[in-house]
Design a protein around this ligand. Structure first.
Ligand code: PEP
Ligand code: MG
Length: 371
């Protein structure tokens, strides 16, 4: 396991005593969570749950779910994933030992679960006992011209509620179990790709209902926190309305950069070096937070969110989250924490402390200048 030597641990503990912004890690697996904890992340800031649907038999279950005829059929299939998801979340809670765990609901186009090669499609037709032509036809119906701008994230949560329902139940049942083991967890649930306040309202109603059912069934009176990813420009602009329904806002700068520039995060590499070389962009905005555009949306979202709810928790969880300029920006905007890949956590802790000290030094020299 990743472990840091004693001297470095001491240095990091000094950094922790100084810094005034939190550092969490993005982690989806028990292994990532363990690494995050070893590196002393204060919690998980982003658990991308869609990554949990590919292991072992799970992808087969997902395929069956995609081909199920009705909502009840889909629920019946998803019931087989429920115990696995419950174990996934229970494992994360138990590794994190009471530190916050922020679970993002499923965010992936369904056609990514389907095989595109002929032999895979033939196997699937056999598994589902369907004619090959039906499988091919159904896949055509699911394919999208722009999957990254298509039926992802909350759009799926609204249009096909069963996946989120299963995940919510799994999160709450895992929470009740953790309580049963003496660990009073308060899970954080995060909705991806929001662009309208009504999306949040609808999902919140469904989550509240399932939480009440699980409380009733288990007798455990847990609470949970609800938040959204702010990763479309519209979510940043509507953050004031959205904050009526949320405890936290987490800025997803990967998608937010993509959508602010209208530039595919998967294809930008083709011309990025020409753009940077000719000074069109000072740097690749996917690697270095664009303060003029994306940063402005972060500032607007943070301000509007706080206007509605002064204690709304603000964070960043895109790839930028562990970089020093992004940490500086988030501190300046009064964000509560950054979340980054587990291996970036130590550097982020140091950067956060250094930035805090630099600020204090500037404040004291400005103070002595006035005297
Ligand atoms: C983001 O968009 O910044 C984000 C953290 O989500 P993902 O990278 O999973 O789309
Ligand atoms: Mg995203």
């Amino acid at each position: 396991e990743a472990a840091l030597d004693d001297a470095f641990q001491t240095l990091l503990s000094w950094a922790d005593a100084v810094r005034d912004i939190g550092v969490r890690a993005n982690a989806d697996t028990p292994k990532d969570a363990q690494t995050a904890k070893n590196f002393m992340a204060e919690g998980i800031g982003l658990c991308r749950t869609e990554h949990m649907f590919f292991d072992g038999d799970r992808i087969g279950v997902m395929r069956e779910m995609i081909f199920a005829g009705t909502a009840d059929d889909r629920r019946a299939v998803l019931d087989r994933l429920l115990p696995m998801q419950r174990d996934d979340f229970e494992a994360l809670f138990s590794i994190m030992e009471g530190r916050p765990v922020c679970i993002r609901l499923f965010d992936m186009p369904l056609h990514e679960f389907l095989p595109y090669d002929k032999s895979g499609q033939r196997d699937l037709a056999e598994q589902l006992d369907l004619p090959l032509s039906t499988v091919v036809e159904r896949m055509q119906g699911l394919s999208e011209y722009n999957p990254m701008l298509g039926m992802r994230g909350v759009r799926q949560g609204i249009a096909i509620p069963e996946i989120y329902e299963m995940q919510a139940r799994a999160i709450f049942e895992a929470t009740a179990r953790a309580w049963g083991r003496g660990m009073p967890v308060q899970p954080e649930i995060m909705i991806p790709l929001i662009s309208a306040v009504r999306e949040v309202e609808l999902i919140k109603l469904r989550l509240d209902k399932i939480a009440a059912e699980v409380r009733g069934a288990t007798g455990v009176d847990f609470k949970f926190k609800l938040g959204v990813m702010v990763e479309t420009p519209r979510a940043a602009l509507r953050a004031g309305d959205i904050a009526q329904f949320t405890d936290f806002l987490s800025f997803g700068t990967n998608d937010l950069t993509q959508m602010t520039y209208g530039l595919s995060r998967d294809d930008a590499g083709r011309f990025m070096s020409a753009y940077v070389k000719q000074g069109v962009y000072p740097e690749d905005p996917f690697h270095s937070l664009d303060l003029d555009g994306v940063g402005e949306l972060l500032a607007i979202g943070a301000m509007r969110g706080r206007q509605t709810r002064s204690d709304v928790v603000l964070s960043i969880c895109g790839e930028h989250g562990g970089t020093r300029p992004a940490i500086a920006f988030c501190r300046a905007q009064g964000f509560d924490y950054v979340s980054c890949s587990p291996f970036r956590v130590p550097a982020a802790r140091l950067s956060a402390a250094q930035l805090t000290l630099l600020d204090a030094r500037m404040a004291s020299s400005a103070g002595s200048g006035r005297a």
